[in-house]
Design a protein around this ligand. Structure first.
Ligand SMILES: Cc1cc2nc3c(=O)[nH]c(=O)nc-3n(C[C@H](O)[C@H](O)[C@H](O)COP(=O)(O)OP(=O)(O)OC[C@H]3O[C@@H](n4cnc5c(N)ncnc54)[C@H](O)[C@@H]3O)c2cc1C
Length: 464
């Protein structure tokens, strides 16, 4: 691509994670032209990073990543087959108000790092989340890293850390990545849980709601059980952590209940949850709000993912961190809204597609016309696109007549005749339509044309 031509798409999606892939599949199923841009060299997003190659070349390790990865690989396959244009290694760095999107190569070494741009009718931002920084004394010493960075190295290149590893922080991803490291034989020497004392007690009133998602609770408990079973020291209620070392990490100082002790370590992995990646929504001027429960800024969206900026919506963790499964659903939802907004489906169809197990809604027009027989003909003193708006709500052949063409001054009666929407033309057209549909013999149409003196050779008003 070069920077002069700006290819146009109905729908441009930034991010090929679960949310972006799901949106592309749904939008393509409804015939939209779709472009997906992603920084990574392959589809999958954070959770399913490098999944195709992992499955193909490191099959034994693939099974260790968990059951959802099998589902992830099927999602990637469906995405690759859906017919969306998909550019890998493209980093979106600027979006203009008219939805012109600028992107460059994400890997500096590539020669095609020239800025390219493309134009969207509607834009979906599905750029996921980023790790919340966890600053502590000594966090810039070599050997102190964000926890997910190790996960990225493992998934993309199969690299695993040497020596003694200490994991510190809180949240499910810390446990998940810790257990993954154990599975591949990394020596984990301690888990430092920094959740506040009494956090479990505080969360107790939320238990009945949490039980509805008991799968996640069971999964969390099984991760904790795995760590205990492996005999890894698990310290809860940690108040202070300090990374110590001169040229590299040597030990971790741990403070708990006013006392401190040291653990030797070659690598300290930090994690304190993830927060929505709001760089692009900020750049676009979308409205944001503070979400106190998770303590982060998030873009304000409606039920369909629409932001405060026209034609821009959001799906996945960059709206609110909720995990891969919900990100995927929100991608389908946002795409259905786009398909509706672009006039491909009606509001009723959109709602029905979202609720296939509920009684399907019927639009007002369908209710009015559903029981009639034969084709439908709509005539208007305005342009045809006026009556064409009800076309998607009828399941019958639909013919519309209107006053398209150059405007002119005359009486209403004469204009109707000129644009062929007067009563004589309507009768003749009506009979022609019935004959075309083989519901009557064509002689009746011919008789009407003759009776009303309709000139078959007269030029079409739209061509004048
Ligand atoms: C580092 C990390 C590791 C994780 N690992 C796990 C895990 O192992 N298991 C688990 O259950 N959950 C994991 N999660 C959480 C999980 O990834 C998310 O809940 C889920 O992937 C969200 O899906 P998504 O489609 O919203 O975003 P993502 O999957 O994050 O996909 C977003 C995509 O957008 C791309 N992108 C971002 N900015 C730009 C830009 N400017 N231009 C172009 N492309 C861009 C990214 O490259 C990425 O591919 C992880 C989260 C993070 C941040």
């Amino acid at each position: 691509m070069n920077s002069i031509r700006a290819p146009k798409f109905d729908y441009i999606i930034i991010g090929a994670g679960p949310a972006g892939m799901a949106a592309a599949i749904t939008a393509r199923a409804h015939g939209l032209s779709v472009l997906v841009l992603d920084e990574q060299p392959s589809a999958g997003g954070q959770i399913f990073r490098n999944i195709e190659s992992l499955e193909a070349t490191r099959n034994s390790e693939f099974s260790k990543l968990g059951q959802e990865y099998e589902f992830g690989s099927s999602l990637v396959r469906r995405f690759k087959k859906c017919g969306a244009d998909y550019f890998t290694d493209r980093s979106v760095w600027q979006i203009d108000k008219n939805l012109q999107i600028h992107h460059v190569s994400a890997s500096a070494s590539k020669s095609n790092s020239v800025n390219s741009h493309c134009q969207a009718k509607r834009l979906l931002i599905a750029v996921g989340a980023m790790e919340r920084p966890m600053p502590l004394p000594g966090w810039t010493i070599p050997g102190v890293m964000p926890c997910t960075a190790v996960d990225v190295l493992y998934k993309s290149s199969g690299l695993i850390p040497d020596g003694e590893v200490v994991l510190a922080g809180s949240g499910p991803l810390l446990l998940l990545i810790g257990c993954r490291l154990l599975d591949v034989g990394v020596h984990v020497s301690a888990f430092l849980d920094t959740s506040m004392n009494g956090a479990l007690l505080k969360a107790l009133p939320l238990l009945p709601n949490a039980l509805r998602s008991h799968k996640y609770l069971t999964r969390g408990l099984s991760l904790l059980w795995k760590i205990r079973k492996a005999g890894i020291p698990f310290y809860s209620g940690i108040q202070n952590i300090e990374a110590l070392g001169t040229s590299k990490l040597e030990k971790v100082r741990i403070g708990k209940s006013g006392k401190s002790f040291d653990v030797t370590a070659d690598l300290l992995l930090l994690h304190n949850g993830v927060v929505p990646n709001v760089q692009i929504t900020r750049n676009l001027g979308c409205e944001h709000r503070w979400y106190d429960v998770q303590r982060y800024w998030e873009p304000i969206v409606d039920d369909w993912g629409n932001t405060s900026v026209d034609h821009v919506s959001i799906a996945g963790d960059c709206g609110r961190v909720a995990g891969a499964a919900i990100s995927e659903v929100s991608g389908h939802l946002a795409a259905l809204e786009t398909v509706y907004q672009l006039g491909v489906i009606s509001k009723v169809e959109r709602d029905n597609l979202l609720n296939p197990d509920k009684e399907q809604k019927i639009s007002f027009v369908e209710k009015c016309l559903g029981k009639t027989e034969g084709p439908i003909m709509a005539a208007s003193d305005y342009m045809r696109m006026n009556s064409d708006q009800i076309r998607p709500y009828t399941n019958k052949s639909f013919y519309s007549l209107g006053t398209d063409g150059f405007g002119r001054s005359d009486t209403r009666k004469n204009l109707r005749k000129f644009f062929e929407v007067d009563k004589e033309h309507l009768v003749a057209y009506g009979l022609s339509v019935l004959a075309k549909e083989q519901l009557i013999a064509s002689k009746y149409a011919k008789e009407a044309i003759k009776k009303y003196n309709i000139d078959g050779e007269k030029p079409m008003p739209t061509k004048l």
